[in-house]
Write a protein that binds this ligand. Structure first.
Ligand code: FAD
Length: 448
């Protein structure tokens, strides 16, 4: 018998703007009583939802239960910046592309495999262009250093035969209304999602065939007589096989301890303003999406729905040993967002932030996922390394393939990775990781 209490449960840090403007179209059910199933998936983010869709395709007719501690759309999968990126995007490397040419090709093929899966789901579940928009993205440069980073990224893309296009300062101004940027690098393969709408519509699409229970945190997971039982405050699920799509919380389930870095990312969304109020000179076209040329800079999107525009900004990272951040930290990050926003869009200085929030990412030092069969019948699809829209989608698909014994070239390639490497013990990890983040943010300067 294997027994385990779950050490900590997820916490929502602030209300995400994406969730606040998203509409929920399916009923919320909490787990009540004891339920048996063929499959249990814990976590209804990109990983868990993708695992559920894949399992449903591989094992039609088998009973699948999906549990989440919170509400779908309110967790990290519903509160990110919504860039589903196909080209390399390694946050911890200083430059986005960290591997050699062959590793880069493998990574792009994997990212595109995940994006194609998401595209099929978007089509099947009737997502609109506002929820799933294959518009591409721009790496925006605000400094000469940013221009150099773009030039070097462009070189790797050229060597890999990837389409890309450089934009000059005037083109950036025409697109964004901002004179802040001196150049940009466009790549066409990124899909922009409204993250809360995406996960909600994905779950709604699954809910006819899969039992989804929210506000049902798993507080212990126990194996007895060849079956796993997950206990929640008002019920339990027993199943032969379990997939954990809980990202960094995998170490609260007793796996990959001392190997995962829990990084908080922070974002704010303005209140809505009429798309034509300030004219195109203030914030440019209706929709655009910028990643920073320096990975430690600011990610900014503008969205417009029914004539109402909003700008969403994400800057700053911190490493934390807790699952929640305090009010003071949140207020400080909001100030940072304000500073970055007003520097770029001075004409919008009177447009306030309606929502500010934080969310938790999971990185490993060697960029490896926390993936595989961690105990008999228990599979992990965790540690997304900062690009969970894509990497967690892929991990979820791969976990379903592994758990059903569905071998494929994609699974063989995916399994070929090292374990996440160890991080130093606390407090050295906290000091060291926050020190590196701070230095990289200082180096990013005006890009942030
Ligand atoms: C501000 C911000 C911006 C970001 N921008 C981007 C971006 O543009 N592109 C990108 O690719 N990524 C981005 N990310 C990262 C991305 O959001 C994550 O990588 C992604 O959400 C990971 O997905 P996941 O399914 O692995 O985990 P999660 O989204 O964390 O989902 C895990 C789920 O498990 C549930 N869970 C945990 N423990 C339990 C338990 N005991 N019982 C039941 N349920 C449990 C949680 O409630 C949660 O819903 C961003 C993140 C933030 C915070």
């Amino acid at each position: 018998m294997t027994t385990g209490s779950v050490r900590r449960l997820p916490v929502e840090n602030g209300v995400s703007g994406w969730e606040a403007i998203s509409e929920r179209r399916f009923p919320l059910r909490k787990l009540e009583g004891a339920v048996s199933a063929d499959w249990l998936i814990v976590g209804a983010g990109f990983a868990g939802l993708s695992a559920a869709r894949r399992l449903q395709a591989l094992r039609p007719g088998e009973k699948i239960v999906l549990l989440d501690a919170g509400e779908i759309g309110k967790g990290t999968s519903g509160r990110n910046s919504g860039f589903m990126i196909d080209v390399p995007h390694n946050l911890s490397a200083g430059e986005y592309s960290s591997g050699g040419a062959e590793a880069t090709q493998v990574e792009m093929a994997q990212n595109r495999f995940a994006i194609a899966f998401a595209r099929d789901a978007a089509q099947d579940y009737g997502m609109s262009r506002e929820t799933f928009d294959p518009a591409g993205k721009i790496n925006a440069a605000a400094t000469n250093r940013g221009l150099k980073l773009n030039a070097s990224f462009g070189q790797s893309l050229k060597a890999a035969g990837e389409k890309h296009l450089f934009l000059d300062a005037a083109e950036m101004r025409e697109l964004t209304g901002s004179s802040y940027y001196v150049g940009g690098l466009y790549t066409p393969g990124t899909v922009l999602i409204q993250p809360a709408d995406y996960v909600r519509q994905f779950a709604a699409g699954l809910s006819g065939n899969i039992d989804i229970f929210e506000r049902s945190p798993v507080t212990s997971l126990t194996r007895r007589d060849g079956k796993w039982t997950a206990s929640c405050p008002s019920g339990s699920v027993t199943a032969a096989k379990v997939i954990l799509g809980v990202n960094g919380h995998i170490d609260d389930f007793g796996h990959f301890g001392g190997r995962l870095m829990h990084i908080f990312a922070y974002a704010s969304m303005t209140s809505g303003f009429p798309a034509d109020e300030f004219g195109s000179s203030a914030s440019g076209k209706d929709r655009w999406a910028l990643l920073p040329a320096d990975a430690m800079g600011a990610t900014i999107r503008k969205i417009t729905t029914n004539g109402v525009s909003r700008i969403v900004i994400r800057t700053k990272y911190t490493y934390e040993t807790k699952v929640a951040v305090g009010e003071r930290r949140m207020a400080k990050m909001k100030e940072e967002h304000r500073r970055s926003f007003e520097a770029r869009f001075p004409q919008l200085a009177r447009t306030g932030f309606e929502h500010s929030w934080a969310g938790r990412l999971c990185l490993s030092r060697n960029h490896a996922p926390a993936f595989g069969e961690v105990e008999e019948g228990l599979f992990s699809a965790c540690c997304e390394n900062g690009l969970g829209t894509v990497k967690s989608t892929l991990a979820g698909i791969m976990a379903a393939d592994l758990a059903t014994g569905t071998m494929s070239p994609e699974l063989n390639r995916y399994m070929d990775h090292p374990e996440p490497s160890r991080i130093p013990p606390e407090p050295f990890a906290w000091l060291g990781i926050n020190g590196v983040i701070r230095l990289q943010e200082l180096r990013a300067g005006r890009e942030g």
